[in-house]
Design a protein around this ligand. Structure first.
Ligand SMILES: NC(=O)c1ccc[n+]([C@@H]2O[C@H](COP(=O)([O-])OP(=O)(O)OC[C@H]3O[C@@H](n4cnc5c(N)ncnc54)[C@H](OP(=O)(O)O)[C@@H]3O)[C@@H](O)[C@H]2O)c1
Length: 366
């Protein structure tokens, strides 16, 4: 099947990282090289011109990185995309699954990774330089590439949450946290100089909480410890979780998006369609026909479900982003247009792990 290429309006610069990336990126959470459907979805996205892919060491226990490496290399080899046009992002910090077994093996052998946060029995976390060096080597091995364009610390706030649970005074926890970050950044500067990464940054769910919360990560303080290679942040942003744009992240009343923009950073937003409210998950996308059938609902049921979400979007974000939209733009398309019209947001990472999702999402730029 012929894949329709993205329009020029679907691209923008990503801070200092790249002059031109697609404003929707392929989100690699829950994709796996053992799934033909995920492989085809990523291939179709890349062939259509999606030029940013986000993955992590812990997504599908490394199988997401394997899929990304295989599909990117194949698409580039076939001439359907150029490697230099693509921005591949991976992250490290989680110690789960096979990574956790390796951490336990090292501990038994008397050579543990240093500064491990044993947050929960099945979820440890670490950002020490020795750990990051190993993780990057493992990621490059799975991607089968000599370099990754962007390397992010993945949710380093686990350290703060853990310290709060253990009753560590907030200021002490913060001192130790920013000291760890500074050492991680010095290591990532060295990796940048060595050519194994193009740039680095931080992905944090608590960039978006008010600055006086125990687990808040302050982008201002992060930047004070960072070197010139620090170029990207990632944070959650969707129609119900709009913390990123609220002016509560600095003592002088600025938002994390303001701080990121004044520092010239690239901003990636995650979970754009998966919104959590007090009452649970609200998905800002239509259900696919097979899912509807499985749930025993008709298409009309889904259309009714979407009406209040569409009205909410117009009320919260204004109808301007949808001004050029055709009458029948889907809920996912409207949502992505609204989020991407928010000043400071560069790229929305979408979990488009089926070809039908890719076509729907890319239709936002039709
Ligand atoms: N740094 C972090 O801590 C963090 C956290 C979360 C996400 N992320 C990144 O952000 C990316 C996006 O987040 P996400 O995948 O959790 O959430 P999302 O993009 O908001 O999508 C949520 C789910 O919606 C469904 N979907 C996607 N496109 C659709 C469409 N067009 N129509 C109908 N359903 C659609 C998929 O569900 P099904 O496949 O189940 O049907 C998808 O998994 C991730 O893949 C990851 O790269 C990072």
């Amino acid at each position: 099947m012929t894949v329709r290429r993205l329009a020029a309006s679907a691209y923008a610069p990503l801070g200092r990282v790249h002059p031109r990336v697609s404003r929707v990126g392929f989100g690699g959470y829950r994709v796996d090289d053992r799934s033909d459907v995920h492989r085809e979805a990523l291939r179709e996205a890349l062939v259509a011109g999606v030029s940013l892919v986000d993955t992590s060491t812990n997504y599908a226990d490394g199988h997401s990185e394997i899929l990304v490496g295989e599909v990117v290399r194949d698409v580039v080899a076939r001439g359907a995309a150029r490697r230099e046009d693509l921005v591949l992002v991976t992250k490290a910090g989680y110690v789960q699954g096979s990574n956790q077994r390796e951490a336990q093996r090292r501990a038994r052998a008397g050579t543990p990774w240093s500064e491990m946060t044993t947050y929960a029995p099945d979820c440890w976390h670490c950002i020490s330089p020795d750990f990051l060096r190993d993780q990057l080597t493992a990621s490059l091995g799975r991607l089968a590439m000599p370099k990754v364009d962007v390397f992010l610390l993945h949710n380093p706030e686990y350290f703060l949450t853990d310290a709060a649970h253990r009753g560590v005074p907030r200021d002490d926890a913060r001192e130790a946290f920013y000291d760890r970050l500074a050492r991680a950044f010095r290591h990532l500067e060295a990796e940048t100089a060595a050519g194994r990464i193009g740039a680095y940054g931080v992905s944090s769910n608590t960039f978006v909480v008010p600055h006086d919360k125990d687990d808040a990560v302050s982008l201002e303080r992060v930047l004070a410890s960072a070197g010139p290679g620090f170029a990207v942040v990632q944070l959650p942003f969707n129609p119900l979780e709009i913390g990123a744009k609220e002016a509560v992240h600095t003592a002088d009343g600025r938002s994390v998006l303001d701080v990121a923009k004044s520092a010239g950073l690239g901003v990636l937003v995650n979970r754009p369609l998966n919104a959590f409210s007090g009452r649970g998950l609200v998905r800002f996308a239509a259900l696919q026909p097979d899912v509807l059938r499985e749930l025993g609902h008709a298409a009309e049921w889904d259309a009714e479900r979407m009406k209040p979400l569409m009205s909410y979007l117009d009320a919260e974000f204004g109808s301007a982003p949808n001004a050029g939209a055709t009458h029948d733009a889907t809920l996912a398309q409207r949502t992505l247009r609204a989020l991407l019209a928010t000043p400071g947001v560069d790229v929305a990472l979408v979990g488009m792990r089926r070809p039908a999702y890719v076509r729907d999402v890319l239709g936002a730029f039709a």
